[in-house]
Ligand binder design. Structure first.
Ligand code: DGJ
Length: 714
């Protein structure tokens, strides 16, 4: 309180001296991040928020907090950077030496700010890439050792951001297998809240590498200042949210430094992971729209491209299949009208055939007993039937019962002189080793060379790193977690360079691994092994804040038979639609319905996959849920409504739309109807104004009931 009064009292003086300070502006259409270079070279964060419209006000900005706090000048709270210099000095005092802004392409501006320690030869470069139209800022840091001997990096954050608001609310996405992306919101008060992962290869398993931060008050879909942040790193991450005694919040984002201290050799540069964020002053919806647009245009592999519907055999057969069964399932795919057949786990291994999950990972040759004519015959069959063929791999992993393990124990992460701990009966290969990287690249390259018709890969990762010891890294074991992920990226980079058009699904026993750096190499991700559609409504809702629907794979399975095939398919149609089911598990009406639903989906793909998402009723808030996708020109929309577990007596409200043009009229039509099913939602026309004020009475009192309504502007 005292300090605040003092600051206000000195406002004129602060502003006057601030005029002399240089400002570095990182700007998007709606967001300003303004840094200030002080007379003594210190760099502070003077402002982060909605664009300041009148530049005459900039001189009034207070200094704010040091932009990238190091251990040394401040030791009270957690720093962004902690270095032990070659001479043993544990402090770093950084001063601005230069900055520059360039525009690598239209709508993208990159600012690099160079800071140096005046006593210890250390350079730190802060990078900020502003995507102006999408209001997304990507930031990372480079740390350069200019000393004659190695230095130790103890903490090396990608980003530090400061906020000074009356209150803060953090939404985290925690979970586990078949329970991903569960949302919890809590207020942040004095002290620290840490979200982190230590699982090595599975960055999304218990905690997720993303968060929502509401400023001043909890944001709603359409109101409030809110930041959506994510670390682009397919490995251990750490977010620290620390509120100090004056009510300032610092948010430090980066690779988890736990068991990851790094030795930086003379002349070496360490580049941190990327931290992405967007800030909206109009609530969550705007933030998601911006992130989705950015993801499609700038980040996701083939982000603007189409996606294939598919039939996957996993839930239909598990490991129990042969060539005939698979070819039969291809006929199911054709009857459903999907684009591709995806062969899952269980097709490889000969000395130890993969008939369950305890063998053969690493031996990527077709099991002769199951597939006597190899994958080639399956490619031929798919081509003859007019569909594409995709295949599952898990190339980072090895089974102890495998020829690879027998030949290359030195390629496996295992503590010396200890029995390895397994997770799902498997171990992890040492991707810090370039020879292992070649092997993993060779799994994809080998299959593509032999069977160039393979049109899709599902890349699984069913284990965290259980035995974090690399035979390759020898006395640099604390480099393992970072070097593993770098090794993975180097493999994925080679695959992308050689097969730029190849779509790939990122999977990790459900979505145990998902982040935006990974999506640079993958076109989509498997959101969960939990395909119970009622549960999926929550999981897909959670992911929808960050990811556009074209990246969220959603399949129709036999999970929750209390739910109709229609309900299951309607839920899956909100993402990237697929099926994991045998037609023999469906009635003739179900099949007729599903064929029609696939046809509708194909027609509506441009709206569902590339339109704007409106989360109208959250499953968390109600026993119902509703979302709409609206095309960018507002001419076409699809509305999905779900009655999950309605109460016997309840007040049901209309579903009120958003995002339409209030001056246009829309013809509405219920689609995805079961054969013979009637509806009142047929050929009526409403104004956008009516639909966005009064809405439609679409919820019912029936459990596990769903409706899909198409709206076309007249
Ligand atoms: C875990 C995945 O999430 C499933 O979809 C399936 O591919 C299995 N692995 C196969 O082992």
């Amino acid at each position: 309180m005292k300090l605040r009064t003092l600051i206000l009292g000195c406002l004129a003086l602060t502003a006057a001296s601030a005029m002399a300070d240089e400002l570095v502006k990182i700007q998007t259409d709606n967001v300003d991040l303004i840094l200030k270079v002080k007379d003594d070279g210190r760099l502070t964060q003077a402002y982060l928020g909605k664009t300041l419209r009148d530049t005459n006000d900039l001189g009034w900005l207070e200094d704010g907090r040091e932009a990238y706090i190091t251990h040394g000048p401040e030791v009270y709270f957690e720093p962004a950077l902690d270095v032990i210099h070659a001479d043993g000095n544990p402090s770093s005092f950084l001063r601005h030496t230069s900055h520059a802004t360039t525009s690598p392409k239209a709508g993208v501006q990159e600012t690099v700010i160079t800071l140096e320690d005046q006593k210890e030869p250390l350079t730190v470069r802060l990078h900020y890439v502003a995507y102006t139209r999408e209001n997304v800022i990507k930031t990372w840091t480079e740390i350069v050792n200019r000393q004659k001997k190695p230095i130790q990096l103890k903490k090396f954050a990608s980003s530090m951001l400061h906020f000074y608001r009356p209150a803060y609310y953090l939404t985290q996405f925690n979970g586990d297998w078949i329970n991903e992306a569960q949302m919890t919101t809590l207020p942040l008060a004095f002290g620290k809240k840490v979200l982190e992962s230590n699982l090595g290869s599975r960055a999304d398993m218990f905690a997720s590498p993303q968060f929502i931060l509401s400023l001043s008050q909890p944001a709603t879909e359409t109101s409030g200042d809110v930041l959506l942040g994510q670390l682009g790193w397919t490995g251990n991450f750490r977010f620290t949210f620390e509120v100090d005694r004056e009510g300032w919040l610092r948010v430090i984002s980066g690779i988890n430094n736990e068991f990851s201290e790094r030795t930086l050799q003379p002349g070496e540069t360490f580049q941190t992971a990327d931290f992405f964020f967007t800030l909206s002053s109009a609530g969550l919806e705007k933030a998601s729209h911006d992130l989705h647009d950015w993801a499609r245009r700038h980040q996701v592999k083939d982000g603007m491209g189409d996606r294939m519907t598919l039939l996957n055999n996993w839930e239909a057969t598990y490991f129990d299949f042969n060539e005939d069964k698979l070819v039969g399932l291809m006929d199911d795919a054709v009857r459903l009208g999907v684009d591709m057949f995806l062969l899952d786990d269980g097709w490889f291994g000969n000395k130890y055939p993969r008939s369950n999950d305890d063998a053969a990972l690493g031996d990527w040759q077709e099991t002769a007993g199951k597939l006597p004519n190899g994958v080639g015959r399956l490619c031929d069959a798919a081509r003859e039937k007019g569909i594409k063929f995709g295949i599952w791999i898990e190339p980072e992993m090895v089974s102890q019962r495998s020829e690879l393990f027998e030949k290359h124990r030195d390629w496996v992460l295992m503590f010396p002189n200890r029995d390895p701990q397994e997770f799902r009966n498997q171990l992890t290969l040492d991707l810090s080793n370039p020879k292992v990287q070649d092997f993993v690249f060779g799994v994809v390259d080998g299959l593509m060379t032999k069977y160039p018709e393979i049109a899709f890969f599902k890349w699984d990762c069913n284990s965290p790193i259980m035995n974090p010891y690399s035979p390759y890294l020898k006395d640099h074991q604390t480099h393992l977690y970072v070097d593993y992920v770098r090794g993975l990226y180097s493999v994925l980079e080679r695959i992308k360079a050689k097969y730029p058009e190849l779509p790939m699904m990122m999977c990790a026993g459900g979505s145990g691994r998902i982040d935006y750096k990974g999506l640079e190499y993958f076109t989509e991700f498997w959101a969960s092994d939990d395909t119970d559609p009622a549960e999926r409504l929550f999981i897909q809702y959670g992911y929808s804040f960050f990811y556009p629907s074209k990246t969220i794979c959603a399949h129709v399975t036999t999970w929750n038979k209390l739910a109709s095939v229609k309900f299951r398919t309607d839920v899956a149609s909100m993402g990237k639609l697929g099926f994991d089911i045998k037609l023999s598990d469906m009635t003739a009406d179900d099949i007729a319905y599903a064929r029609e639903a696939v046809r509708n989906y194909n027609r509506l793909k441009p709206v569902i996959l590339d339109g704007d998402l409106y989360r109208l009723v959250a499953p968390y808030q109600s026993t119902h849920a509703a979302s709409a996708y609206v095309s960018k020109d507002k001419g076409h929309a699809v509305l999905f409504t779900f009655d999950i577990q309605p109460r016997a007596v309840e007040h049901r409200h209309n579903v009120v739309l958003r995002g339409l043009d209030s001056n246009r009229r829309y013809r509405i039509q219920e689609i995805n109807l079961m054969p013979g099913q009637d509806t009142w939602v047929k050929n009526r026309s409403y104004s956008g104004d009516y639909l966005m004020n009064i809405g439609l009475d679409l919820f019912t009192g029936n459990k596990l009931n769903s409706r899909v309504v198409e709206l076309i502007a007249e």
